[in-house]
Design a protein around this ligand. Structure first.
Ligand SMILES: Nc1ncnc2c1ncn2[C@@H]1O[C@H](COP(=O)(O)OP(=O)(O)OP(=O)(O)O)[C@@H](O)[C@H]1O
Length: 610
């Protein structure tokens, strides 16, 4: 799914309408039909004054049979029209829910394609708010414009035309004064847009707070910090209430202005009509029709003013979805020649290997989604970023076992994530099996099985969680991978074995069990490069040894390349090469034995402390 990028952080109403209209796709016919059918109600509303006029005029003339027929026919017409309106309402809901579904799916896809750094720098609750709530509200602009404002405007125009027929001088005056009805909301549109955006931002902040409180419940309780969290929640909720009050006051101002101006217009016409009636220039039927019509003018004027205000507020909120649309996405240039470079390389040394060539990388402090130009697809990282890795160069030999060790914060995980195509270098180049993630990150990543220290387990059964690495794996392959990861025994001991459903984030499992499932998943995926980032840190020494031996056995059997990051140095002492990192640089490298021979070496110090 690829969307046209909105041209500005806050798209204009015209741009947004055009975009949503395009997104309706085939639903346009349904939507158009719903608008037309919904007019049935408008026509019924206008039939009332017409029928009243005929009724009173015929009553004055004593034509009772005519009145009976008229009432019968009009009842049938009203029933049919109301039936059509219900059909229109159904079509409206159908087309709008399809539009909302498509917009939210597209926004979810946009979020999926954000560079990992940007996605993780934004709170997941904020992204969820943009995808669901903000997306929904923006989609409703189309319905408010066509069904709401559109049908009210048609009622207004038809009522005015009817008036024109009854008394053209007054109707003309009304035509001229009508735009005053939306004057309030139009003059305050910028303020309404700003408040709409502020409310949506704050709703996201409250949601973030709530999500943190729920997900961090264990930690909060352990520290007795429920009150601390509640205070934060109260502050954010308080702010939101303040904004709701502000919004309410601005809405009231808009309503006040709209109602006063509309009343002024209608009262003016009532006085004029009364004057004409006193002069004997209007029949009684026309006079009655006029009094009903006046409300058919007043109500649409007030409704249009109110809805125009709503549109302005929602329009302000679209800056939040526009920010997601505009945010830079992961590169995904597909070119068979470039992407399949690995397949065509003749030298075995290029296959199943990762190469970091003069890679520089720094985390962007402002990587998160922002509702302004900073998200632009062309915006570069902020100048002030401190580079964590500078001119980092390393090559993993195909089929080799390499380890990265070093003090905490030295950049081990960052280097590994760059090698896995999860992060993209600011400068230099990463090559994964001959593919450049800066060219097509998704393609390059498919060669790597990356296992983090805290693996994510999804809602579903254990089987689902293992199979997503290789959906078509056989039962034998599944069990084989689980056995190799020392997971089979504990899975079998669960009430439903492989079909045991997991609680949220696998919270019913121990840290070590989760790690073993993640390793089994990686083994099953059969990818040529394996990166274990502290992937066995929660295992006891014996289990870790067993798992590492079976991992090594499998990598050797398939010629796969293995990169392991570990703090427990015994885990990696058999590695073909150990890279020791310090402050983002490679301090030393060699085999375990070689590195231990350096009296002042960092590895030796780390080993002695181990
Ligand atoms: N997403 C992030 N955004 C900003 N800074 C980050 C991010 N991830 C890591 N860092 C910073 O980058 C530096 C290196 O982190 P990294 O995780 O690569 O170190 P490490 O050597 O793997 O540490 P450890 O052994 O503790 O896991 C740290 O100072 C850390 O604060």
């Amino acid at each position: 799914m690829h969307s046209p990028i909105p041209p500005s952080p806050s798209p204009t109403l015209r741009q947004l309408t055009a975009m949503l209209w395009k997104k309706l796709g085939k639903g346009r016919v349904l939507f158009g039909a719903s608008v037309i059918l919904s007019l049935g109600e408008t026509v019924v509303m206008l039939l009332v004054p017409l029928l009243m006029e005929i009724y009173f005029n015929r009553l004055e003339l004593g034509q009772l049979p005519y009145i009976y027929n008229m009432m019968l026919i009009s009842t049938v017409i009203v029933i049919v029209l109301l039936g059509l309106t219900i059909l229109g309402f159904y079509y409206k809901q159908k087309s709008m829910s399809a539009l909302q579904r498509d917009v939210s799916l597209e926004l979810a896809d946009e979020a999926q394609r954000l560079p990992l750094q940007k996605a993780t720098a934004s709170h997941s609750a904020d992204l969820a708010q943009r995808i669901w709530a903000d997306g929904d509200k923006s989609s409703w602009i189309l319905s408010t414009l066509f069904h709401g404002i559109g049908s009210q405007a048609i009622m207004l125009v038809l009522a005015a035309i009817y008036m024109l027929w009854l008394q053209w001088e007054i109707a003309l005056g009304l035509f001229v004064l009508m735009p005053l009805g939306i004057l309030g909301s139009h003059l305050l549109r910028r303020k309404l847009g700003v408040i709409g955006l502020a409310v949506a931002d704050q709703e996201a902040a409250v949601r973030q707070c709530q999500q943190d409180a729920l997900q961090g419940m264990e930690t909060l309780r352990a520290f007795g910090a429920e009150g601390w969290m509640m205070d934060r929640f109260v502050v954010e909720r308080h702010k939101l209430n303040g904004l709701y009050m502000q919004r309410m006051w601005w809405n009231e101002l808009v309503n006040g202005l709209t109602v006063s101006l509309s009343l002024l217009i209608t009262w003016g016409s009532v006085l004029a009509v009364a004057w004409l009636a006193v002069q004997g220039k209007l029949q009684i039927g026309a006079l009655m029709a006029f009094f009903v019509l006046v409300w058919r003018i007043y109500n649409p004027l007030v409704n249009i003013g109110r809805m125009w205000g709503e549109v302005q507020q929602n329009l302000g909120q679209t800056a939040r979805i526009s920010a997601l649309w505009r945010a830079k996405k992961e590169p995904n240039n597909f070119s068979p020649t470039l992407n399949h470079a690995a397949d065509s390389l003749s030298g075995i040394e290029q296959q199943h290997s990762i190469r970091w060539s003069n890679v520089s990388f720094g985390y962007d402090e402002h990587a998160g989604i922002q509702n302004d130009q900073a998200n632009d697809v062309n915006a570069s990282k902020s100048e002030a970023n401190r580079l964590l890795l500078q001119q980092f160069s390393l090559e993993l030999r195909p089929g080799s076992f390499t380890a990265i060790v070093g003090p905490s914060g030295s950049g081990k995980s960052t280097a590994a994530k760059l090698g896995a195509g999860l992060l993209l270098p600011d400068e230099g180049e990463v090559s994964i099996c001959g593919s450049n993630p800066n060219y097509n990150a998704e393609y390059a990543r498919q060669f790597v099985a990356y296992v983090p220290q805290s693996p994510y387990l999804f809602a579903g059964t254990i089987r689902d969680n293992l199979l997503f690495g290789k959906p078509d794996a056989s039962e034998a392959e599944l069990v084989d991978a689980a056995k190799a990861a020392a997971a089979h025994a504990f899975i079998e001991a669960l009430p439903n074995g492989y079909d045991t459903p997991l609680k949220e984030h696998g919270s019913s499992l121990s840290g070590g069990q989760k790690q073993r499932l993640a390793i089994a998943r990686a083994m099953l995926s059969g990818r040529p490069i394996w990166i274990f980032d502290e992937a066995t840190s929660a295992l006891d020494t014996d289990t870790e040894r067993f798992v590492m031996e079976s991992v090594r056995e499998r990598t050797l059997m398939h010629g796969s390349t293995l990169l392991v990051i570990a703090h427990r140095l015994t885990t990696v002492q058999d590695a073909d090469a150990i890279i020791v990192m310090e402050n983002g640089l490679i301090a030393e490298q060699g085999t375990h034995e070689l590195l231990l021979q350096r009296p002042e070496g960092l590895y030796r110090k780390l080993w002695n402390k181990n």
